[in-house]
Design a protein around this ligand. Sequence first.
Ligand code: NAD
Ligand code: UDP
Length: 312
Amino acid sequence: MKRILITGGAGFLGSHLCDRLLKEGHDVLCVDNFFTGSKTNIAHLMGNPYFEIMRHDVTFPLYVEVDQIYNLACPASPVHYQFDPVQTTKTSVHGAINMLGLAKRVKARIFQASTSEVYGDPAVHPQPEGYWGHVNPIGPRSCYDEGKRCAETLFFDYHTQHNLDIKVVRIFNTYGPRMHPNDGRVVSNFIVQALKGEDITIYGDGSQTRSFCYVDDLIEGFVRMMGTEAGFTGPVNLGNPNEFSMLELAEKVLHLVGGQSKLVYQPLPIDDPRQRQPNIALAKEKLGWVPEVELEDGLKETIAYFRKLLAK
Ligand code: NAD
Ligand code: UDP
């Protein structure tokens, strides 16, 4: 049994990670300031004696004794991370410094949830880890993209300078139950709109692409990465290489939900990446990992979740 700290543990991905690590018999400390996460995501774990929750903002130092740290704290949806951009950068940068400092003091292995956004609007397609990216440093997405890039820099400098045991993954768009219904991400938006019979909002002409990974596949990748031998740092891309345009996604959601929703076109947000697809050769080689859940199957699970949520 390991004592494992998960920052952002009450969020979408964090709560699934809490489930998984408790199931494996670990002692889990979930730290969250509940900016985008919620107690309902982890309410089912509250009675478990090996689960502990602490309200804390990672931009402030944290003193706990743990064996491993998963650093997930950071709003992930453009609507939420652009709400208070200064706090977003602080969360990524000060949060990384505080968690790395903690890892250094207690000699813990530390995992960073980085993002495909470090590639920006990529000029190389699909994106391998060696690609340095094409990022606007002063646009509306910069607080998130540059914050996450700086966090990666800090992780690698702590590794080189202080010999810290780091594991860095770059997550591509992931979806599934417990996404926030109003966080503006495309999968939750389309499903909620279709379930409510509202118009489906396509930004731009809908030809931009993303590659969608189901949450269970991603969490499997996290755990495998954390279990790799010391010295293997990443960064490793984790995502599903099956790429879809937003129009294709809308059609799939409409087909699965049914109903009368129409597609409506709205302006494309500034700096919205045109395309995104992970090259996962490294994850295959080092983690023996490939995503297994097809988009249609993952969407069915997610639709069932939102159907229940909206009926409450
Ligand atoms: P989420 O918004 O559901 O979860 C983030 C969690 O962090 C929330 O519980 C939030 O309350 C918490 N948080 C935010 N700021 C904090 C702070 N200062 N101190 C403490 N807690 C704080 O998002 P998610 O989709 O679960 O994303 C989790 C991590 O994975 C994030 O770091 C995100 O950047 C990364 N990521 C996610 C995706 C994706 O598609 N879901 C893609 C790339 C990267
Ligand atoms: N998008 C859309 N309609 C929506 C929400 C998003 O067409 O209601 C588009 C958005 O412009 C982007 C893609 O879907 O091209 C993915 O957006 P999301 O916010 O989920 O993630 P990110 O842009 O960070 O990959």
